[in-house]
Design a protein around this ligand. Structure first.
Ligand SMILES: [Zn+2]
Length: 206
């Protein structure tokens, strides 16, 4: 039997970013996602839960997500995996459809450009760690260097088609609750609800 991967959401003290662990409850193998500026929180959580870190992943290359990479990589001696458009020095270059084996399960990589060119979402099949592509009740900015509002629209259209019970774990704590589901977003997120590109551009860039 294949164990369902678990997602641990790690709130930080100094910033509104979330770090994450995704792990296999059967083997205790884990990956860290976006250590942000408080990488010690991720390392503490790994130790507290008795997990074994096998890789560090980044959803995208913005400094508030990757600032702690060095600390985790030094402490754990694991490879860094990310999309090369955002993190060119990653050890493992992720693409759309890449699979990351984790214990008895695997994580699928969805390339979701728009906020940044190399933004990715990590899917366990029942949950997504969505970086700055999708937030609870909001979505990422598309007015930054490297952003593309049309790409972001198409990335959100793709996430919208995931099963409604899929849990959504965002890159920042911007919503009325720390996480949600795709079904909740379809009811409450005006960005993902936009019926066409034109209305999305108006809402996002207006
Ligand atoms: Zn960002």
């Amino acid at each position: 039997m294949v164990a369902e991967l678990e997602v641990v959401q790690i709130p930080l003290d100094r910033v509104d970013n979330f770090s994450y662990l995704i792990y296999c409850p059967a083997t205790k193998d884990a990956v860290g996602v976006d250590p942000s500026v408080e990488p010690e929180r991720m390392l503490e959580e790994v130790a507290r839960r008795g997990l074994k870190l096998i890789a560090l992943l980044n959803t995208h290359g913005h400094m508030d997500h990757i600032a702690g990479n060095g600390t985790v990589l030094e402490a754990a001696d694991v490879p860094l995996a990310a999309h090369p458009d955002d993190v060119p020095d990653a050890d493992i270059h992720l693409q759309d459809g890449s699979l990351i084996d984790l214990g008895q399960g695997s994580i699928e990589v969805l390339h979701t450009p728009g906020h940044t060119p190399g933004g990715v979402v990590f899917s366990t099949g029942t949950a997504i760690v969505a970086g700055d592509t999708l937030f609870v009740s909001r979505c990422g900015r598309a007015d930054l260097p490297g952003s593309n509002v049309e790409d972001l629209y198409h990335s959100l259209q793709r996430l919208k088609k995931l099963p409604p019970e899929t849990r959504v774990f965002p890159g920042h704590d911007y919503g009325p609750q720390p996480n949600s589901t795709i079904g909740w977003e379809l009811k409450n997120n005006e960005f993902i609800r936009c019926p066409d590109l034109e209305s999305f551009v108006r809402l996002r860039m207006g």
